[in-house]
Ligand binder design. Sequence first.
Ligand SMILES: C[S@@+](CC[C@H](N)C(=O)[O-])C[C@H]1O[C@@H](n2cnc3c(N)ncnc32)[C@H](O)[C@@H]1O
Length: 266
Amino acid sequence: MSLANLVAGRSSYRIFSNDWHGVDLIEVARAANVPIDQVANHHFYEHLYRKWKTQQFEPEPGWIAGKRKWAETYRDLVLVHAPATSRVLSVGAGLGHVERHMVSLGMHVDLQECQSESLDPSDFPDSRIWVSQDLHPVPDASYDVVLALSLVYVFDEIAYATFLRDCHRVLRPGGLLVVSDHDPSLPLSRVKQWLLNKVKRRRELMWGWLRSPNSHRNTAEQSGFRYLEQRFYDRRYEAIPNPFRVCGLQLPKGPSLGQVLVFRRG
Ligand SMILES: C[S@@+](CC[C@H](N)C(=O)[O-])C[C@H]1O[C@@H](n2cnc3c(N)ncnc32)[C@H](O)[C@@H]1O
């Protein structure tokens, strides 16, 4: 990361994990034959969701309620900038909890995933589900809104720019892009975790990258999007002011859990 980027608050760092709602991610990587020092790919997610489905894992309490709350937040945000009749595409929709609630709120939402295990088409009778590793099957200028919710952490900088160019292509002129991501803090706990892993000889899976709001904004603007607004949310999913930042990152245990940025296709 260059000094100019840090001064401009454009920071990013790698994140690692070994557990998702009680699913051992190292085991999943082994079963999927994916090296743990490379970010999880579609093989990995396919195995992860298959394991999730077949072994009846229970999400943490409040997780599904949180997804519904996020769905309402995204719906409200979209309606600030786009009509209620907008055709929405949610990319990397996962288990589809957010999208199912948006549909129940009256929105037209199609879904895209890189694997076929997580979504049940019978849950979305009026939606199109695209299963592909990128957006190549989706026609040009076919959506008014693209949602990238808890997805872009999987992309390195080059893949992120490629993904944004794809979003630009599938959006109609003037269409909306919503990027939602975890809001990173200065990674001091990461240093502690790294030391603990060394001592305990524990390995973690490369999960992806976290980016500061200015880093997202810079990448999107360079891919032909015009920045409209950013919002920040605390652990209760309530909107809060942009917290104090150093090099674009909150202080450790900062108040913002999630950042949501909204862009217009140029
Ligand atoms: C953390 S989940 C987020 C799911 C959902 N958007 C949400 O907010 O609950 C990330 C999802 O991205 C999907 N994914 C990973 N790489 C992808 C890619 N290149 N294209 C589309 N989806 C991808 C994974 O399969 C996974 O379901």
